[in-house]
Write a protein of this length. Structure first.
Length: 483
């Protein structure tokens, strides 16, 4: 990242954070049991640790005398797109806007892209009218704010008609609306109030099973509306703010964060598979470089045992100068992707799992050089040279470089945006407002792990630039949003 020094040996400051302990939280049988959940048999690409899941006795259908009962089971997983998922990111506003959504559907029809990752819950805002009690309660307290997607079924039906694989993105534990509305579910400070990070976001407490169920219930509702895969983001503990003041009610003595996150992922995986959905999770790109969880619960070898797809966020602009001995990683997209994802492949070989990698890569500009077709193609080529033929493109304003996504090597350079504006204007996801290029990366990145910056130490990680969800245009050509 431009203007940020090389990261120190630990990319999270540790002097003030709470000491991790040694076991995960458990709940009484019947509260946490899988119940009617039965792990779906996976016959196509994708994965889960090979440990069998518990399940209830299948319900038998009607039969006549002399016939053997035919057991019923969970629905089979939807076949993944041939050749692997190649997706783009859409905010709820873009997916809910008829013009902006249509333009990106047309982009998919013209290119090698075959999937869309659409916000279902982003920073606590549920983008459509989900049939989940807590989501309805929170929506009722939003002072008449309209839902970003008025007709989710129309969106998923359109995707099906165009053979576009639908993935629902759910940000799990950073959830300001629910955390503030229900303080008993939030991470607390030492005085017993709701703890907030540096951007005043509340976080849900991963040691509260109610928070597990809320996110899983949203996932199951999304599947009912036609999504075929659930992708969890922010599936971790906080990384910035007054770390030493965090407390976690219901955290048992000896519990450690990495085991709690792994247990949550397994719980979600089994529920989602039982409903016929694939399951993926986003992690920091640098998780493959460290052997522990650095205090946030994302221990690489434990996460990959509980998801079908791991999506490391390996944006070249988010690596510190000198990372992998590369003076400016942003200027070397092929090298940084090849090295970082190569590290992830090596780590995956150390654990028994069938999990596959589907990295998030960069289609936005943050610092120098500006990104276009050559840089995006270099990222894709690095993955292909590693034997990985699927990826997800991040641009917060849903503005994508079409020339990098076509099989025609002579295709003109063209940027497909969610809405049309004159050529001199840089367009936000909802088509409103123009922005200028920032003079430094520091202007472009919010002090939040999702934007790639780390806590007080200032050490960057390969995290996600935040999405644009309002008409206010973000800085950095798709790299960050208002917070």
């Amino acid at each position: 990242m431009q203007g940020i020094p090389q990261r120190p040996s630990s990319w999270f400051h540790s002097a003030s954070r709470l000491r991790e302990m040694t076991q995960i939280v458990t709940w009484p049988v019947g509260t946490c049991a899988l119940g009617l959940s039965v792990l779906a048999l996976v016959s196509t690409s994708g994965c889960k640790s090979k440990t069998p899941a518990l399940g209830a006795t299948p319900r038998l259908g009607p039969r006549t005398a002399g016939q053997r009962p035919t057991p019923t089971g969970p629905p089979q997983l939807e076949p993944l797109p041939a050749g692997g998922v190649k997706g783009i990111y859409l905010t709820g506003w873009t997916a809910g806007g008829s013009k902006s959504f249509r333009k990106l559907v047309e982009l998919v029809d013209r290119t090698t892209i075959n999937a869309m990752v659409i916000d279902v819950k982003d920073d606590g805002d549920v983008t459509y009218q989900a049939d989940v009690p807590l989501a309805k309660e929170i929506a009722g307290k939003m002072d008449g704010r309209m839902k970003q997607i008025s007709n989710i079924d129309k969106v998923t039906t359109t995707l099906k008609e165009h053979n576009i694989f639908p993935i629902a993105r759910i940000t799990c534990f950073r959830d300001k609306p629910l955390g503030n509305a229900h303080p008993e579910l939030a991470v607390h400070d030492t005085s017993g109030g709701v703890w907030h990070d540096r951007k005043r976001n509340a976080w849900l407490n991963p040691y509260k099973k109610e928070n597990w169920d809320y996110n899983v219930d949203l996932a199951l509702d999304a599947l009912k509306h036609g999504f075929k895969e659930i992708q969890f983001d922010y599936v971790r503990f906080p990384t910035d703010g007054r770390m030493g003041e965090m407390t976690f009610p219901d955290q048992p003595a000896g519990a450690i964060h990495e085991d709690q996150i792994a247990a949550f992922l397994k719980y979600a995986h089994d529920k989602i598979h039982a409903a016929g959905g694939w399951f993926s999770a986003d992690v920091f790109g640098l998780t493959s470089m460290v052997t522990n969880d650095e205090g946030i619960g994302q221990k690489f070898v434990k996460v990959v045992q509980n998801v079908d797809y791991l999506c490391p966020m390996v944006y070249p602009s988010h690596y510190a100068h000198g990372e992998y001995h590369i003076p400016n990683p942003n200027a070397e997209p092929y090298k940084i992707i090849h090295l970082s994802v190569g590290d992830a492949q090596k780590r995956m070989k150390t654990v028994k799992t069938e999990c596959k990698l589907r990295p998030w890569i960069q289609d936005f500009s943050l610092g120098s050089p500006r990104y276009g077709a050559p840089q995006v193609k270099a990222e894709v080529k690095a993955l292909e040279d590693l034997g990985i033929h699927e990826y997800l493109l991040w641009n917060a304003r849903n503005r994508f470089t079409e020339a990098a996504l076509t099989a025609d090597p002579n295709a003109p350079v063209r940027t497909a945006a969610a809405s049309e504006k004159p050529p001199s204007t840089t367009v936000a996801a909802d088509g409103k407002g123009a922005v200028t290029t920032p003079t430094s990366a520091a202007q472009s990145v919010a002090a939040d792990a999702k934007t790639g910056t780390m806590p007080a130490s200032g050490a960057p990680a390969a995290g996600r630039p935040a999405a644009s969800t309002t008409s206010a245009a973000p800085v950095g050509d798709g790299a960050a949003k208002k917070q």
